[in-house]
Design a protein around this ligand. Sequence first.
Ligand SMILES: [Cu+2]
Length: 180
Amino acid sequence: MRLCSRRSLPAFLAAPLLVGLTLFAGCGQAATPPAPLAPVAKVSGVDISEPRLRLPPNGRDVTAGYLTLTNTSDKPQKLVAATSPNAQRVELHAHLKGPDGMAQMRQVKEVVIPARSTVVLAPGGLHLMVFGLRAPLKVGDQVPVELTFEPKQIVRFNLPVVTNPKNGSEETMNTSEHQH
Ligand SMILES: [Cu+2]
């Protein structure tokens, strides 16, 4: 029996490696040059990628969600509303400079994505403000969210919960370079 279990160990270790190699081989072509943002959801004219929700500090039921919106059309697109079955309310927010020069968080009516451009909702800028979470969250949870784009396009997807919602896009992506 001991021999048996010892022999099974390498096989157990090898299995994840094989899966990893298979995946790597499978997406090798698509991975070079650096993969474009993979959309997790789309509506006509807008691809949605990089969704994530900041893990709220202990005991809080308020947090912020982030994502990247890419306008694949030749006209401006508008995000006008957000909701989640897991929260009482979701608002579109921006950080705007007040008269005193300090950045303040403000609700905005809409987020406009210019034609053929990308708008990044990221820490310190535009975000989805989530109020009244109905249950405590942990890292890795998936929180469903529903976005409404004009005219009456509704799309639903999940925001995975993360501790640090910063990622590469806001540093590396210069949206003006994507405009034509
Ligand atoms: Cu906010």
